[in-house]
Design a protein around this ligand. Structure first.
Ligand code: NAD
Length: 288
């Protein structure tokens, strides 16, 4: 089955939106990237140029000619109606706040042609939290990418009970055509597949250390040796960045808040934010 999708519009040109837009253009689609102001779109253009360089370094076969061709298929717009006028698929990557998402879908529904499929990249909201803000429940679902899409190329596809099976299958086909490994879910699940596995692992690892049972290096060793996994949970936490678990834990129950307070005292307050800052649970060579 082919997706029958040619024109893709990405809403939001932040961390993930810029990657989704560039990857789609790299795979040959005609892409429009929308954001709320021309000033932000200037930053988006710089992000795209930066991604072109990253692809040349990190993606097999990504010559300058190929990344230039991707850039030539990619345009930007701050006019929503114009940006979606001929879209077969809109992928939404606006901030993770339900009010912004709903407002975006109300405006989008008023502008997009009947043919357009809407997909949300939301990490923590379910598509059924947003569907009532759209005018087309049968053509709406989640298509969830991972950060650094060119390296971590999964695309989790998750519909609501109202999503049409034909639309679902077209989006799975699209994910494949744009170079992803599609992961279709049979029904809605908070955290999709990856975070349903990863979040409890990271939580259990933190509990072992924060409540005094073990040390990060020993937890990582036992996970790597015992399962053959290439990285332990504290190495993964360093890659994710320690702000993310802190923010999640700070809003949880008493046990989670204790873990958050521990992360803050021992890591965040000392500028140890994970690999990107040069130090987290491990020390990294900043020149590497
Ligand atoms: P971000 O803050 O980096 O980017 C959000 C972008 O949306 C910004 O460019 C902002 O100007 C724009 N924006 C704000 N209001 C808007 C509106 N009303 N209409 C259109 N654009 C608007 O956020 P992000 O990290 O790219 O996350 C975007 C979505 O992707 C979220 O739903 C998030 O859960 C999901 N996601 C993020 C990651 C990640 O690692 N960052 C991974 C997977 C999924």
């Amino acid at each position: 089955m082919t997706s029958n999708i040619t024109n893709v519009t990405v809403l939001g040109t932040g961390v993930l939106g810029s990657q989704i837009a560039f990857q789609s253009a790299y795979a040959g689609f005609t892409v429009t990237a929308y954001d709320i102001s021309d000033e932000i779109l200037e930053h988006a253009k710089a992000r795209f140029a930066g991604l072109a360089k990253v692809y040349q370094q990190q993606v097999d076969g990504a010559t300058e000619a190929r990344t230039d061709a991707a850039l030539s298929r990619l345009s930007v717009s701050s006019d929503l109606a114009a940006a979606v006028a001929d879209a077969d698929l809109v992928i939404e990557a606006v901030p993770e706040a339900v009010a912004i998402k709903r407002d975006t879908y109300q405006k989008l529904s008023a502008s997009a042609p009947a043919k357009t499929i809407f997909a949300t990249n939301s990490s923590t909201l379910l598509p059924s939290d947003i569907v009532s803000a759209t005018d087309r429940p049968d053509r709406f679902l989640a298509l969830h990418f991972a950060n650094e899409i060119w390296l971590h190329n999964t695309a989790e596809v998750m519909g609501t009970e109202q999503t049409s099976p034909e639309v679902f299958d077209r989006v799975v086909a699209y994910a494949k055509e744009m170079g992803m490994v599609p992961v279709p879910l049979h029904k809605e699940k908070s955290g999709y597949v990856l975070n349903s596995l990863l979040v409890p692992l990271l939580d259990a690892a933190l509990e072992l250390v924060v409540f005094g049972y073990s040390e990060p290096a020993d937890v990582d060793n036992v996970w790597r040796i015992g399962t053959g996994a290439p990285m332990g949970p504290f190495q993964i936490l360093d890659v994710v960045g320690l702000n993310t678990p802190y923010n999640i834990m700070a809003h949880g129950d008493e046990r989670k808040q204790q873990i958050a307070a521990w992360l803050k005292e021992h890591y965040l307050d000392q500028g140890k934010l994970g690999r990107a800052s040069g130090e987290g649970f491990y020390v990294y060579d900043k020149t590497a």
